[in-house]
Design a protein around this ligand. Structure first.
Ligand code: GBH
Length: 469
């Protein structure tokens, strides 16, 4: 790469959206309140040994009860947009039947509070909190789950679609399918390669069934999208790269954006499943016009083929790679990568973001992109009531620089949402990892805007990155 991706004073277009993101189970708390029923993450996190320290989202950031002050905080930061997720079991307890007035009221107050502060609401319908009752009936490996999701999407768009303009169906279906049903590092913690692939298809189907229902129910000419986490794959071994690209990326982009499953993906997984769960017409249903694609990016992976079942791929201490997150391709090895690293041990690679954005815009030229998540966990310290998280500021500066370069190369990038507004429940890692641009003290629930929060605030207000000092 030609330079180190640290730049300053980069100017973004005046309508470029700079904001931040969270997800319901990671911030809301109030897990048993207001008519909410359990999700698979309640069950999973309350099962001993599943999360760090046995942490759960029972209280999290108490955001459900601190809505007004958290909204004021967002206004103070001058965010253009806030991406939140709707908790399905709070909105529609059990995932079937009537909506929950108290749940609807919470999201309604959230949306109204954002709009009155001039912040654009971006609503994600599914950020991993499947109602437990639907999991009891089989979860994502079952076709019915897609049907129930489409019902829920219509109800949500009916209730909020007069005010919410921007919708995302699914967040990172890769995680829901492979980590939830393959490697078991995420809820519901099942370990079946065949189920993981059935989940891939039914998540795709859920997306495709939901898109027209949202368009019909929302009265505000909605912008509809999906958010995918992309694997930016490095290494010299073309076969290993092809396999991981098929399983991780094209498993979702090909059906959603091109209306097909790629032959190599089907062939790679044929020892695991016969794909008989794909019915006639499904791919046409999944292939819906989208207004933009949400891109989540954190780091790269480096792979090569290994003539056996890779111990590293199965169990390298990286939870995402445990068990079988790679049905049909366990013989791909994930190699250690050059640092520097974040507190997740993910390598910091802004060039991966530039490459990803350019690659997507070349493959899907008419599809605008939005970075719906990018950010980093670091071991923050509080000194005199401040958090001087220079490492996170540097990470964000480098990644905004990468995005800026991609835009100069012609990428239609509409915005950049930093993960996350608040330190929060980091899934299997519990509260041990802090991604926030605002610190949360989990004893007092006090919020402290970190230096990175001030940095994002400046970028949002000025549409330019601040000069380096
Ligand atoms: C997102 O998941 C989630 O949407 C969000 O809820 C979560 O809090 C946030 O990111 C931080 O984890 O790990 O180097 O092999 C991201 C999960 C991280 C999974 C990157 C795939 C692949 C690269 N992804 N990982 S690496």
């Amino acid at each position: 790469m030609n330079s180190d991706y640290r730049d300053s004073g980069l100017v973004f277009p005046p309508n470029f959206i700079v904001g931040s993101a969270t997800a319901a189970y990671q911030v809301e708390g109030a897990a048993r309140d207001g008519g909410r029923t359990e999700s698979i993450w309640d069950t999973f996190s309350h099962t001993p040994g599943k999360t760090w320290n046995g942490d759960t989202g029972d209280v999290a950031d108490d955001h459900y009860y601190r809505l007004e002050s958290d909204l004021d905080l967002m206004a103070e930061l001058g965010l253009d947009a806030y991406r939140f997720s709707i908790s399905w079991p709070r909105f529609q307890p059990g995932g079937q039947g009537p909506i929950n007035p108290e749940g609807v009221s919470f999201y309604s107050r959230l949306v109204d509070g954002l709009l009155s502060r001039g912040i654009r609401p971006i609503a994600t319908l599914y950020h991993w909190d499947l109602p437990q009752e639907l999991e009891d009936e089989g979860g994502w490996p079952e076709r019915d789950t897609a049907m129930w999701f489409a019902e829920y999407a219509e109800l949500a768009a009916t209730a909020l679609g007069d005010r919410v303009h921007t919708w995302t169906t699914l967040n990172e279906p890769w995680c829901s399918a492979y980590l939830g049903y393959g490697s078991a590092s995420h809820a519901p913690g099942r370990t079946s390669d065949a189920d993981a692939l059935a989940a891939v298809h039914h998540l795709n189907l859920a997306h495709g069934m939901a898109v027209p229902r949202i368009r019909e129910a929302a009265t505000n000419s909605p912008q509809v999208s999906a958010t995918l986490n992309f694997h930016v794959i490095r290494g010299e071994d073309a076969e290993a790269k092809r396999r991981i690209d098929a399983l991780a990326n094209r498993a979702f982009t090909s059906p959603m954006l091109l209306g097909r499953y790629d032959d190599d993906f089907i062939a790679d997984t044929s020892e695991v499943t016969d794909w008989s769960f794909v019915h006639a017409g499904d791919l046409a249903t999944i292939h819906q016009p989208l207004d933009f694609l949400g891109v989540n990016y954190y780091s790269t992976v480096t792979v090569k083929m290994w003539d056996g079942v890779s111990e590293r791929a199965m169990n390298d201490g990286h939870k995402d790679m445990g068990g079988s997150a790679w049905p049909g391709s366990r013989n791909v090895e994930f190699l250690p990568q050059a640092g520097p690293y974040t507190a997740m041990n993910w390598n910091i690679a802004p060039d991966g973001l530039e490459d990803l954005l350019v690659d997507l815009s070349e493959r899907f030229p008419d599809l605008p992109l939005m970075i719906t998540e990018n950010g980093a966990a670091f071991d923050d310290e509080v000194t005199d009531g401040r958090v001087h998280d220079a490492d996170r500021v540097d990470y964000l500066n480098r990644h905004f620089t990468a995005a800026h370069r991609a835009m100069q190369r012609g990428v239609n990038l509409q915005g950049y949402l930093v993960w996350s507004l608040l330190d929060n429940f980091e899934w299997g890692y519990g509260y041990s990892k802090r991604f926030g641009i605002v610190r949360v003290d989990y004893d007092t629930q006090e919020r402290i805007v970190k230096d990175s929060g001030l940095w994002v605030s400046e970028v949002a207000k000025n549409k330019a990155t601040p000069a380096l000092n």
